[in-house]
Design a protein around this ligand. Structure first.
Ligand SMILES: O=C(CO)COP(=O)(O)O
Length: 252
């Protein structure tokens, strides 16, 4: 388990320049933290976030990246190289909403991962089962299949976010036992796919809020949180960051 927890916000398709400015300046004003903080913003607001957070410790993230490299005739696409050029440090890959609405699969995500790493970005691979799959006893099999793309990547540093689909935006957070079991499973899977020396980080996401963050971040195998709705509320996000700061200190 890592000492430094990560708290990554995911704004999803939310934000306008004025509201973003307020959120970003609140983030910038937070005291230095032992936790690593980041925000994955809509592509059109990356330059705004990068400017607002310049010379701060807060990472700017993207929510997706093109499967095509650097430049070319791919209308509408944003390459990993462009994200890096605009000041992005990390990128979410395979969020369940992208899997659901854009049909993202392992073959596609493998390519996206390679472009992200080649551009110097930190990819965070999102995995998680639906409620139907959990109720059918398939949660581990589904997550194992989603993680299997790592085998071909020969990655020695892997960041994953476990986001059970049924806990995203529903207020229905997974229990501490469910989180602990799945994070342990994910660790074991990655070790067997990537080798025993792999450096692994597993974040939890799904209805993390100011009230439950401390308990979730205390679960063994939880190296941080990926936060949707609560990352759009400055006070709630600050409380989650504070919980991560405490958890980072406790782990030292
Ligand atoms: O999807 C998520 C983060 O990527 C989680 O969203 P919520 O925190 O809104 O449930």
């Amino acid at each position: 388990m890592w000492q430094q927890k990560w708290v990554m916000g995911n704004w999803k398709m939310n934000g306008r320049q004025a509201a973003n400015a307020a959120l970003l300046s609140a983030l910038r004003a937070l005291p230095a933290s032992d936790a690593l903080v980041g925000v994955a913003v809509p592509a059109v607001y990356i330059t705004q976030a990068a400017a607002a957070l310049a010379d701060s410790a807060v990472w700017v993230g993207a929510q997706d990246v093109s499967r095509f490299g650097d430049n070319g005739a791919y209308t509408g696409e944003v390459s990993a190289a462009m994200l890096a050029d605009a000041g992005v440090q990390f990128v979410l890959l395979g969020h369940s909403e992208r899997r659901q609405y854009f049909g993202e699969d392992n073959v596609l995500l493998q390519t996206k991962w390679q472009h992200a790493v080649a551009a110097g970005l930190v990819p965070i691979l999102c995995v998680g089962e639906t409620l139907t799959q959990r109720e059918a006893g398939e949660a581990e099999a589904v997550v194992a299949e989603q993680l299997s793309l790592l085998a071909a990547l020969k990655a020695d540093t892997v960041a994953v976010a476990y986001e059970p689909v049924w806990a995203i935006g529903t207020g229905q957070v997974a229990t501490v036992a469910q989180i602990g079991d799945m994070h342990g499973f994910i660790y074991r899977q990655i070790l067997s796919l990537c080798g025993e020396s792999a450096k692994i980080r597993v974040l939890y996401g799904g209805s993390v809020n100011a009230e439950n963050a401390a308990a979730i971040l205390a679960v063994p195998g939880v190296d941080g949180a990926l936060v949707g709705g609560a990352s759009l509320q400055a006070a709630a996000f600050a409380t989650i960051i504070d919980a991560a700061q405490q958890a980072s200190r406790l782990a030292v």
